[in-house]
Design a protein. Structure first.
Length: 81
């Protein structure tokens, strides 16, 4: 059986507000599954799977490496006083 996490558990894992997790889901950065009985309900019960959580962590670490590499290039520019 695949482990799933609620939005609150996911937020606690990353140390962010649950609304931030909702924003990641709305932006398509993090995928979630609706586990509510009524698929058309006004308030879906969203869960994040363990595999999706791992994929998201890997994608975020790749973005962090890209940001760091950009910073290194900018420090190579000579500064004139």
């Amino acid at each position: 059986m695949m482990r799933t996490y609620s939005l609150t558990e996911t937020a606690e894992f990353f140390g962010v507000n649950p609304r931030t997790v909702e924003a990641w889901i709305s932006a398509g950065e993090l995928r979630a599954v609706n586990v509510s009985r009524n698929r058309n309900s006004q308030k879906p019960r969203l869960r994040v799977t363990d595999s999706e959580l791992q994929r998201f962590i890997e994608s975020r670490s790749t973005e962090q490496r890209k940001r760091e590499s950009r910073r290194k290039r900018r420090t190579d520019i000579p500064q004139y006083v």
